[in-house]
Design a protein around this ligand. Structure first.
Ligand code: SF4
Length: 337
């Protein structure tokens, strides 16, 4: 199976920018960006990020605003903050060199078992396995694992199979071959088994169960949340506030609050310390889906007579790209143009 996977990978691998390097820092950046995000989306972000922050020293020196500004639009901003914190730790504790020792790598902020394995195998040529969504799908099908993803016994089985496969020459290529196969051939729907290099070994194909495997995790439906966002302007500048907390922490966004209607919009302005006059009615409503929440956002316009809140500031529209803003903020600004 290993030879078949490596042979297929050598013939079919895509030329992606992070595959042209074995620099552990570059591999780390690419793996963090690729979490939950499509390859085509990541490529330009990766190139800009590496051009601006070519090594951990450069990233460690940057401000959070600068890092989030370059990450704007890529989503899951917690990843960027953890990568930033990780670079600072690599500089402070390891002189700017990403550690080869697996335990030290795993202890870095934001580096879980998957990311540590990807860096270890690709950059350091160590026989460390990876299991991401693509690998889990391939291995579940090949081995006929029919317990739900995410459950402890399933995860143990997947990691054990991945470990057995990677335990030989070219571990980085083997891991990437599995991921690439999952992304391009063993796809969630309609896997192209006729083109698959490991079809002969595959239990799901043999038993006609490719549509059933892997067994999905039971998902909670997203929680519906009604909220308001206020586009308060003075001239060509927009009032933004810096968000605290887990989800969008460190990003600049519009004054917002849970709830509906004028009272909620006024409350959002007050909390942000922005004085001004609110429009007569919302200028639009948009729906925005996050991992666990479905936001129904009423967008209001206001004049920003004063910005006195801690953390609030006026940003010229032309300079918006210099600060980190979420996709939701940019969508609301487009509604209120
Ligand atoms: S044979 Fe089909 S189901 Fe099995 S690993 Fe290959 S593509 Fe996936």
């Amino acid at each position: 199976m290993r030879d078949a996977l490596l042979g297929w990978y050598d013939a079919h691998r895509r030329a992606l920018p992070w595959r042209a390097t074995r620099d552990p820092y570059a591999v780390w950046v690419s793996e963090i960006m690729l979490q939950q995000t499509r390859v085509e989306t990541v490529v330009p972000y990766y190139e800009r990020f590496l051009a601006r922050f070519p090594d951990p020293h450069a990233l460690a020196r940057a401000s959070e605003d600068e890092v989030l500004g370059l990450w704007s639009g890529l989503g899951y901003y917690r990843r960027a903050r953890l990568l930033h914190a990780g670079a600072r730790e690599v500089v402070a504790r390891y002189g700017g060199e990403v550690p080869e020792d697996p335990a030290a790598r795993r202890a870095l902020p934001g580096v879980g078992r998957y990311t540590a394995g990807a860096i270890g195998s690709i950059a350091f040529d160590r026989r460390e396995p990876v299991v991401d969504g693509n690998v889990a799908r391939v291995l579940s099908r090949v081995h006929g694992i029919d317990t739900p993803l995410g459950r402890a016994d399933t995860e143990r089985a997947l990691w054990a199979h991945a470990q057995a496969l990677v335990d030989a020459e070219r571990p980085g290529d083997l891991n990437q071959a599995l991921m690439e196969l999952g992304a391009r051939v063993c796809t969630p729907r309609g896997p192209r088994c006729a083109e698959c290099p490991i079809a002969r070994e595959c239990v799901a194909r043999r038993d006609g169960r490719t549509a059933e495997l892997p067994v999905a995790k039971a998902k909670k439906p997203p929680r519906e949340v009604a909220c308001v966002a206020v586009v308060a302007t003075r001239g060509d500048a927009v009032a933004l506030v810096k968000r605290e907390g887990e989800l969008f922490g460190g990003l600049w966004e519009l004054p917002s609050a849970e709830g509906r209607g004028r009272a909620a919009a006024r409350g959002a302005l007050r909390t942000a310390g922005i004085g001004g006059r609110l429009g007569a009615a919302p200028v639009g409503v948009l729906e925005h889906v996050l991992t666990h929440r479905r936001l129904c956002v009423e967008v209001w316009r206001a004049s920003a007579a004063s910005v006195a809140g801690a953390g609030g500031r006026l940003v010229e529209r032309a300079a918006l790209h210099e600060v980190g803003t979420s996709t939701l903020t940019r969508r609301c600004l487009a509604v209120a143009r």
